[in-house]
Design a protein around this ligand. Structure first.
Ligand code: SF4
Length: 346
């Protein structure tokens, strides 16, 4: 895959100008190519050899596509060097709470991950390498091509810690939001981090994307046991960072039976949230690498949510998506999962 997939209109224009195109022709070429890549009605087709060069480089990678009965689709995407990352297209149907169906693409930002969270399959892989912006954008393009429409939401919650690959993630966001291309509004993009404190200020400053922080525990020892990253940056440091955020931060809390699902845990979480501009996402644990860890009953999950709400905390209970195809949170295994029938998606 060529890096053109990871280029903004300005960068594509600059590339064409450096090869002799006039500013007007370069802009027209960039807009045409971005519109075509996004599958939207393209403006008039420019002429010239540069277009042929660009078009040839916008082929999508091969992917195995597996659909869950709940509407979720998991893509195992094979990159040029043979590495495999996973992308998940999540469907949320119309419901009492939602008047329109909603599609979200969960993209990976790394092959594997160095952070080693205990309940995460990706964490078991270790880090192989960072993805380029082009490889990140291509995942969205694959999902859009599959769906025949541009999903409105993107979450960086697939394989990898986005803040360990911040430059390429920010570049991918810049491409995804291009009005002449995929045109995903930045506020509909969410970057999830396990709490890489020194890079969070920069993330807040350089993008208007939503930020989600994986919290999971507010007892320091318990958080260190679940998330090795907590040995490096303390909870007060993380909280201080969240307190400075310029907009609402989502706090992710994976509910694990007998670990962090008691009323006392809800009260401690409410205490952590007091005075912060945050919303809490409660995610019942999906089956993962530790067989002894499992999700609490739905009744317990709802009781936990109610206890938070009674304390004045905005808390949503997230239903699992894609569990049957290994596409739910914490289940993405990439190269560990053998690819079956490849589908050339490009
Ligand atoms: S949860 Fe995220 S940060 Fe933690 S190991 Fe998995 S991919 Fe890495």
């Amino acid at each position: 895959m060529q890096p053109f997939f990871g280029m903004t209109e300005e960068a594509l224009s600059g590339w064409a100008r450096s090869r002799g195109a006039t500013p007007g022709a370069a802009r027209a070429l960039a807009r045409f190519v971005l519109a075509q890549a996004a599958g939207r009605p393209a403006p008039e087709r420019p002429s010239g050899k540069l277009l042929a060069q660009l078009e040839a480089s916008f082929a999508l990678p091969a992917a195995e596509v597996i659909a869950d009965a709940d509407g979720t689709v998991r893509f195992a995407v094979r990159l040029d060097d043979g590495e495999v990352v996973e992308t998940v297209l999540i469907h949320q149907a119309v419901s009492d709470l939602r008047s329109r169906e909603r599609w979200t693409v969960c993209v990976s930002s790394q092959v594997g991950c160095a952070r080693g969270c205990v309940f995460c399959e990706t964490g078991r892989l270790g880090l192989e390498r960072n993805l380029t912006a082009a490889e990140i954008v291509a995942q969205y393009a694959l999902a859009a091509r599959h769906l025949q429409l541009r999903p409105a939401n993107v979450v960086f919650m697939g394989m990898g810690e986005p803040l360990d690959n911040l430059e390429e993630v920010l570049r991918a966001i810049a491409v995804l939001r291009e009005p002449s291309g995929f045109a995903v509004p930045e506020r509909r993009i969410t970057v999830s981090t396990v709490g890489i404190v020194p890079r969070m200020d920069e993330l807040f400053a350089r993008t208007k994307a939503q930020v989600a922080v994986s919290l999971h525990a507010v007892d320091p020892a318990q958080r260190r046991a679940l998330l090795p990253v907590a040995r490096k940056w303390s909870l007060p440091e993380l909280r201080g960072c969240i307190a400075k955020a310029p907009r609402t931060v989502l706090l992710q809390w994976t509910l694990i039976e007998g670990t962090n699902d008691a009323d006392s845990d809800a009260d401690a979480l409410a205490g952590f949230c007091a005075g912060l501009d945050v919303r809490v996402n409660l995610i019942p644990l999906n089956p993962g690498p530790v067989p002894s860890q499992r999700a609490p009953s739905m009744d317990r999950c709802r009781a936990f949510q109610k206890r938070l709400r009674d304390s004045g905390i905005r808390a949503l209970l997230r239903m699992p998506h894609g569990q049957q195809v290994g596409g739910a949170c914490g289940q993405l295994a990439g190269t560990r999962r053998p690819l079956r029938n490849h589908v050339a998606a490009g």
